[in-house]
Design a protein. Structure first.
Length: 318
C-alpha cells in the first residue's frame, strides 16, 4: 500500500449549513448541493462498556466480560436523549459484542436518525491481530450490525486509534470488507497511539481507491498539535479551552471536525476497578461528574451531524 494521498477537492471542508432537515447534513439527492448541506462538525460515540476499555485490558480479560453487570445500554440511551434535546445526529461506533447483547439499542440508534458504524467485535487493537484475524473481525462485526439494524455499515473506528504503521494492510482489509471510511487516526504524539506527522484532515490512504480516512480533531498551537477530539482530553480541559481549540481546529483543517466520547464517560456511578494502575484510574475516572454538562454545552453550541454525511463532499455517498 502506498502512502496517504490528499483528496484533490479545493472546496472540501468549507460547507455551509442548510436549514431544516439539512442542518444535520442529510444529503438530499443532488451531489452538486453536497457542499451546502454537509455538516462542518461531526459527533461520534464509541459504544463500549466501562469494563471493555483499553486502560483496563491488562487487568480484565475478555473471557470475564459476561461476569460484569452491563451499563452500556443505559448510558448510551442517555447519549441519545442528550442528542435529541439538541437536535444532534451522530455516528455510533458500536462493538459487535455489545450489539449482539443489546439489539434493541442498536435499532434505537438507527431509528433516531443516527449512523451505525463498526468499532470491531470485542475491542481488539489492530496491531495485536494478524491480517486474517482483523479481516474476520471487521467482516463479522459488519454482518452483525447490518443484520440487526437492516442498514448498510460503511464506517469503522479502530479500538484505541490503533490503526498505524504497525498494520499497513489494515486499510486494504477494510476496503475489501466493504467499508468506505475509517475514523481511526488521532494525529498527535501519545504514549499509546498517534502520529504527529499524519494528515489532520480527510485523505485517501489507498492509492487509486476512494476509501477515506477521517482523523479526529486536532489543533496546532505554537507549532505543536493538541487534541481537541474529546475523550480524556476533553474531560481534563476546562470547557472554555476545549471550545477555543475546537474553533481553531475547524479554521485550520480541511474537512469536518470530528469529536468523540464514550457512554461510560457520562456514567458517574460505574463500579471502580480496584486492580487498575493509578495511571489507568486517573485517565478513566478523571472529571466524570462534569462530563454530562460539558457534552450538553457542546451539543448546544455547535451544529453537529453524522460522519458519513460530513464526508459527502469527499466523495462518500451511501
Amino acid at each position: 500500500m502506498d502512502g496517504p494521498a490528499h483528496i484533490n477537492d479545493p472546496d472540501a471542508g468549507h460547507s455551509v449549513m442548510g436549514d431544516g432537515g439539512a442542518q444535520n447534513g442529510l444529503v438530499l439527492g443532488n451531489p452538486d448541493t453536497v457542499h451546502q448541506i454537509a455538516p462542518e462538525f461531526a459527533m461520534s460515540v464509541d459504544v463500549e462498556d466501562y469494563f471493555q476499555v483499553w486502560a483496563f485490558s491488562d487487568v480484565i480479560d475478555r473471557s470475564s466480560w459476561d461476569g460484569f453487570a452491563p451499563r452500556v445500554e443505559t448510558a448510551t440511551r442517555q447519549c441519545l436523549e442528550i442528542f435529541a434535546r439538541h437536535q444532534v445526529t451522530a455516528t455510533f461506533f458500536t462493538l459487535g459484542w455489545v450489539a449482539e447483547r443489546f439489539p434493541g439499542l442498536v435499532r434505537s440508534i438507527v431509528d433516531e436518525g443516527h449512523e451505525l458504524a463498526s468499532h470491531g467485535y470485542d475491542h481488539q487493537k489492530i496491531f495485536d491481530q494478524t491480517k486474517d484475524e482483523f479481516s474476520e473481525d471487521v467482516s463479522r462485526t459488519k454482518k452483525i450490525l447490518e443484520d440487526i439494524s437492516g442498514k448498510g455499515i460503511v464506517g469503522f473506528r479502530a479500538a484505541g486509534f490503533s490503526l498505524d504503521e504497525r498494520s499497513p494492510w489494515a486499510y486494504d482489509v477494510l476496503a475489501s470488507a466493504g467499508y468506505k471510511y475509517s475514523s481511526s487516526s488521532h494525529p498527535i504524539a501519545h504514549d499509546h497511539y498517534g502520529d504527529p506527522s499524519a494528515p489532520q484532515g480527510p485523505h485517501c490512504p489507498i492509492d487509486g481507491d476512494p476509501f477515506v480516512e477521517a482523523p479526529v480533531a486536532t489543533a496546532t498551537v505554537l507549532g505543536r498539535r493538541i487534541s481537541c477530539a474529546g475523550g480524556g482530553w476533553f474531560r481534563a480541559s476546562p470547557y472554555a479551552v476545549s471550545k477555543a481549540l475546537i474553533k481553531k481546529s475547524r479554521q485550520q483543517t480541511e474537512g469536518p471536525l470530528i469529536f468523540y466520547f464514550h457512554p461510560w464517560e457520562i456514567d458517574v456511578d460505574q463500579p471502580r476497578i480496584a486492580s487498575a494502575s493509578p495511571k489507568s484510574k486517573l485517565r478513566h475516572y478523571l472529571n466524570l461528574s462534569r462530563m454530562v454538562g460539558k457534552i450538553e454545552n457542546l451539543a448546544g453550541e455547535f451544529r453537529w451531524g453524522r460522519i458519513d454525511h460530513a464526508l459527502a463532499p469527499f466523495g462518500l455517498h451511501q
